[in-house]
Design a protein around this ligand. Structure first.
Ligand SMILES: CC(C)(COP(=O)(O)OP(=O)(O)OC[C@H]1O[C@@H](n2cnc3c(N)ncnc32)[C@H](O)[C@@H]1OP(=O)(O)O)[C@@H](O)C(=O)NCCC(=O)NCCS
Length: 237
């Protein structure tokens, strides 16, 4: 795998970039991708029980290293990646990034100015019943908006946007997801935290293959009120 393999996936959004590629299935390309990873990451890859999970992780991490290597002008293996207490991978210098995988797709968002969250989902993912997801994590307004999950496309869009924003804040699903209300609004979304509008949570619906939905979130956690942080996840800094 080299940067040439992924160039076509680039999209510019609000001074950020989004890269998408298909999860690697070819043995030779997988070997090349593994060659971009650190020894620790190769060990992690070897620990996955399911081959599909291993391929997702390797493709995503190789894509991240490939992009950051090009941006920072260093070898892919030399890019120093760390992880927050809540598990969000980070790079030490100059960039924010986030990665998501679903089905056969992996997507990466990069920004120099804003913490990034990105999520890709399959609208009809096997083993996902939107009615269950909606009941567990949606606010009452979100539940009404997707007719309790009967409208799978609307439910998937809200879920994808919610996860992207929570990933931008770094708390992932370790959050009180019902404190947030995210509703589709054209190619973007309106966001409210405990009823208060958040006008600067930049959520963009991305152009992805049919059957998938993806959302990029560029967020500034400092604009959340103390009450908002406490309601969603007190660990958000
Ligand atoms: C992080 C999380 C949102 C990922 O969701 P997902 O739909 O399984 O997976 P995605 O493909 O969209 O994203 C996975 C990537 O997110 C990144 N990630 C991990 N933790 C993260 C965090 N706290 N914030 C932002 N990004 C995170 C990683 O890069 C990961 O990929 P990698 O492990 O290959 O490097 C989710 O696993 C999570 O919050 N987990 C903790 C709580 C939980 O498991 N709750 C389940 C009950 S609802």
């Amino acid at each position: 795998m080299s940067i040439e393999d992924v160039k076509q996936g680039e999209v510019q959004r609000m001074k950020s970039q989004v890269w998408r590629m298909e999860i690697l299935t070819d043995g030779h390309r997988m070997e090349k991708a593994l060659g971009l990873l650190t020894p620790d990451e190769r060990q992690r890859a070897a620990r996955y029980h399911h081959e599909e999970d291993r391929r997702r992780f390797v493709t995503g991490r190789a894509l991240v290293r490939c992009l950051l290597s090009k941006k920072l002008g260093i070898e892919a293996q030399q890019v120093v990646l760390t992880q927050t207490a809540m598990g969000k991978p980070e790079v030490s210098a100059a960039y924010f990034f986030n990665v998501s995988h679903a089905g056969g797709q992996v997507i990466v968002g990069l920004s120099q100015t804003h913490p990034v969250g990105i999520d890709i989902e399959q609208v009809s993912a096997p083993n996902v019943d939107w009615k269950d997801v909606v009941g567990a994590v949606f606010s009452p307004e979100e539940i009404a908006s997707c007719r309790r999950g009967e409208d799978a496309l609307a439910a998937c869009a809200i879920w994808t946007a919610k996860e992207a924003l929570l990933k931008a804040w770094g708390c992932g699903l370790n959050a009180n997801t019902k404190a947030l209300t995210i509703l589709p609004d054209g190619s973007s979304f309106s966001v409210r935290c405990q009823g208060a509008p958040m006008t600067d949570a930049n959520l963009t619906l991305l152009d992805v293959p049919s059957g998938y939905l993806a959302v990029l979130a560029l967020a500034d956690v400092n604009t959340l009120t103390i009450e908002g942080r406490a309601a969603i996840n007190p660990q958000i800094m």
